[in-house]
Design a protein around this ligand. Structure first.
Ligand code: SF4
Length: 348
């Protein structure tokens, strides 16, 4: 793995607890008023909300009931590309807003906040990836969707966790070797599954990295009948304990389809909103993030995803602020690798 990345230490990142402490809290009546206002504004502006599973339940709810979309990165990208509305409000983190702009240059793309980053994106700057890739000129660059438009522009392929294994298998069959960036845990997981020749970038998700195998084993002992669902951005020793490893959408399906009544879930706990809707009879248990060495920056909830709320959604719609702009040359290049992902996903 390279030594260039991980320049930003965990101390540089916001803590979920601080973000949540400064976030607005609504009673039932003010929440209803805010949702009604958002509905009215969306109609006036010809806009739709696209929200990620990791945002607050209020944000997911308003996206759902106003004809928007709540999903994972791949489905968010596909939904945005299929909309006729003039404006998309992307409630998630910055790379998701950029992906919407890459695929929809004619649409106005706004975000409730432009401060919502991602540790994977921040720890994979385009100039460093370029330098790294020069060492391996015979390899194709495959990047996770959690990257900037500049990184996507230099990549041969963009993928999400839902199709990453399939894409690397596809390249491997053609004897195409890959550089994988930025998530080292997902890269290693794909490598274990495919045995493909890959050079891995060294970055991680601050949320999934906090799950702890030792305390998970304790929890499993206390809940022997539970299935363990794990996102592949988690460390290997956590993945090794999983009954199902998959993207957010795949974990929601597993929760619904597995016979177990209890689920121990190792991903951002805001997924519980959709998981519980998909499987109302299931008991959902958070996988532990504590234990020796735990920094608990996230405590199983992404601090950047936590920055989205009903208030900044309203402000964004009223003021049409926080627009995403991408330099056109970069956007065109990033469109090629991102659109290849959507086309590849259609073949599966
Ligand atoms: S949960 Fe992890 S991968 Fe997702 S946006 Fe937050 S830091 Fe990035």
């Amino acid at each position: 793995m390279n030594k260039l990345s991980n320049k930003l230490s965990n101390e540089s990142f916001p803590k979920t607890i601080d973000v949540l402490n400064s976030s607005p809290v609504y009673d039932a009546s003010s929440k209803k008023d805010k949702i009604n206002l958002i509905r009215k504004l969306l109609k006036e502006k010809d806009a739709k909300i696209i929200a990620h599973y990791y945002t607050h339940a209020d944000v997911q709810e308003v996206a759902e009931i106003t004809g928007g979309n709540v999903s994972d990165s791949l489905e968010m990208a596909k939904f945005g590309a299929n909309q006729s509305s003039k404006m998309l409000i992307v409630a998630g983190v910055r790379f998701m807003g950029e992906t919407a702009k890459i695929l929809n240059p004619e649409k106005k793309i706004l975000m409730p906040t432009l401060e919502a980053e991602c540790s994977l994106d921040l720890n994979c700057p385009a100039p460093e990836l370029l330098e790294f890739s020069k060492k391996y000129p015979d390899r194709q660059i495959v990047v996770y969707a959690n990257t900037s438009a500049e990184v996507k522009a230099m990549a041969d392929w963009v993928v999400t966790s839902s199709i990453a294994v399939k894409l690397i298998e596809h390249l491997n069959k053609k004897n195409i070797k890959a550089i994988w960036a930025p998530d080292k845990h997902l890269g290693r997981y794909i490598n274990d599954k495919t045995n493909a020749d890959m050079k891995l970038w060294n970055a991680s998700c601050i949320v999934h990295e906090e799950f702890k195998a030792s305390s998970l084993m304790e929890l499993m002992k206390a809940n022997k009948d539970a299935a363990v669902l794990v996102h592949p951005e988690s460390p290997k020793d956590v993945i090794d304990l999983a009954d199902v490893v998959g993207s957010t959408s795949q974990l929601i399906s597993a929760c619904k389809n597995l016979p177990n009544k209890k689920m121990i879930v190792a991903t951002d706990n805001r997924i519980f909103y959709k998981m519980q809707k998909a499987a109302p009879d299931k008991i959902l248990i958070e996988a532990p993030t504590g234990g020796n060495g735990a920094t608990c920056i996230s405590c199983a909830h992404c601090p950047w995803m936590a920055m989205n709320n009903l208030d900044n959604l309203i402000e964004t719609l009223v003021q049409e602020k926080n627009e995403i702009f991408i330099e056109e040359e970069t956007r065109k290049k990033a469109f090629i690798s991102t659109n290849k992902m959507i086309d590849f996903a259609k073949t599966l």
